[in-house]
Design a protein around this ligand. Structure first.
Ligand SMILES: Cc1cc2nc3c(=O)[nH]c(=O)nc-3n(C[C@H](O)[C@H](O)[C@H](O)COP(=O)(O)O)c2cc1C
Ligand SMILES: CC(C)CC(=O)C(=O)O
Length: 406
């Protein structure tokens, strides 16, 4: 486990340093879009600070010479208990975009989630990933035909699962995005939608005078909600309105999605934040849940994901896997999430910062940093295999600063 300076990028040894470097590499619109949370951003900040409520209880004299950080996920051996979460429009950070992320994940043997609103097509990303397993993040449109096409393409391209994002009945209010009048520059494309589909989406969104612009990402500002969609004063329904679908519900949509995805792809729900919904997820037969609040970009004031995790773990009682994302910035964060019962973690923004720093190489660097930290943390905590990580290794600090075993 010894390392020396030639194994490292001495300009960037931590995810916090990567964030600082990326800050200066991105234009303001991109930086604001990637980095902000909804409203005051308190949930975004608490996703990160929640990890500092826990301390690790290290065990010693256990022969940790053979630390194994790998886990099985989607029938594949992942080198670490962590993957790259789906985030939209990665070409804004670097022209390598989602295929750069896919190459980095493949080289590091790490699973990747691809956003429905990627700037590279799912076929290109599947090709760049092979043989690494991928997950397609899905926003289920009101018109099922568009979603069905995407699902069938994902099956054909070899995706292992869909993550249905369920924390987006409406889009959260992101003030900088509104103020900047966020637009995807015209030389980039939302690559998973063809011209014809775009036209069809426009027809679908016709609402009196309203039309969508699925490529321009026109700003939903100033505007208002109408039938659950952002409508600008001109009456134009924006691209963003397609991600949000307030009609989704357990009974109708999960059954539909399971039918559409079988037998090739598993169906997971991403955006679970309570034990009650975790029980419903099990009841409706989903294959797994991701405890997530969309990186604090949706309901500000919602629980930090690390704080929501224990109730979800307790509710599912091991019947389905529980993954978590939000605020993970260090290998010890992954260890703490696993100790609280998560089976696997995902990171969102760190991959975007890696892309902004050096494209594909930057994402690889981000994964190397976190990989090294996970391995070191396990070794120093006296754990050889990921399965051994349990709440026995954690203590929690209460409000008065008292540290107690869990
Ligand atoms: C810029 C950006 C775009 C995102 N796009 C999507 C998306 O298209 N679909 C989705 O389900 N989640 C999306 N997410 C949420 C991530 O999948 C993930 O839940 C979140 O980033 C985890 O928090 P972290 O960034 O603190 O690691 C996005 C997050 C960011 C920061
Ligand atoms: C196109 C957006 C709706 C993608 C997203 O989920 C996000 O920005 O958080």
């Amino acid at each position: 486990m010894a390392s020396n300076s030639k194994d490292h990028d001495l300009n960037c040894l931590t995810i916090n340093e990567l964030e600082a470097i990326a800050h200066d590499k991105m234009d303001k619109q991109t930086r604001d879009y990637y980095n902000e949370g909804a409203d005051s951003g308190s949930t975004l900040r608490e996703n990160i600070s929640a990890f500092s409520k826990y301390r690790i209880r290290p065990r010693v004299l256990r022969d940790v010479s053979g630390v194994d950080t790998s886990v099985n996920i989607f029938g594949h051996k992942n080198s670490i208990p962590m993957g790259v979460a789906p985030t939209a429009m990665q070409c804004l950070a670097h022209s390598d975009g989602e295929t750069g992320t896919a190459h980095a994940c493949r080289d590091m043997n790490v699973a990747m989630g691809l956003s429905s609103f990627a700037t590279k097509s799912l076929e290109e990303v599947a090709e760049a990933s092979r043989p690494n397993p991928n997950v397609l993040q899905l926003y289920l449109f009101e018109d099922r035909e568009h979603s069905l096409k995407l699902i069938n393409r994902a099956k054909k391209a070899g995706f292992k699962a869909v993550f249905l994002t369920v924390d987006t009945p409406f889009l959260g209010r992101r003030n900088l995005e509104l103020r900047n009048q966020f637009k995807l520059p015209p030389h980039f494309q939302v690559a998973n939608f063809s011209q014809q589909e775009e036209a069809a989406l426009q027809d679908e969104a016709v609402d009196g005078e309203s039309k969508t612009s699925s490529r321009n990402l026109d700003p939903p500002n100033p505007g208002h909600y109408e039938n659950g969609k952002w409508v600008s004063p001109s009456g134009r329904v924006t691209f963003h309105s397609h991600a949000a679908n307030p009609t989704l519900n357990w009974e109708r949509d999960i059954a539909w999605l399971k039918e559409a995805c079988k037998p090739e792809m598993e169906v997971w729900v991403k955006g679970i934040a309570t034990g009650e919904d975790a029980i419903l997820a099990v009841h409706h037969g989903v294959d797994g849940v991701v405890v997530s609040n969309h990186g604090g970009r949706q309901l500000n004031g919602a629980l930090a994901t690390l704080d929501a995790l224990p109730e979800v773990v307790e509710a599912v009682q091991g019947k389905i896997p529980v993954h978590v994302d939000g605020g993970i910035r260090h290998g010890t964060d992954v260890f703490k999430a696993l100790a609280l019962g998560a089976d696997f973690c995902w990171v969102g923004r760190p991959a975007l910062w890696g892309l902004a720093y050096k494209g594909e190489e930057g994402v690889k660097l981000m994964l190397k940093i976190l990989s090294d930290e996970i391995r070191l943390c396990m070794g120093l905590a006296g754990v050889v295999n990921v399965k051994e990580i349990s709440k026995e290794y954690l203590a929690k600090i209460d409000k008065s600063g008292f540290v107690a075993k869990l």
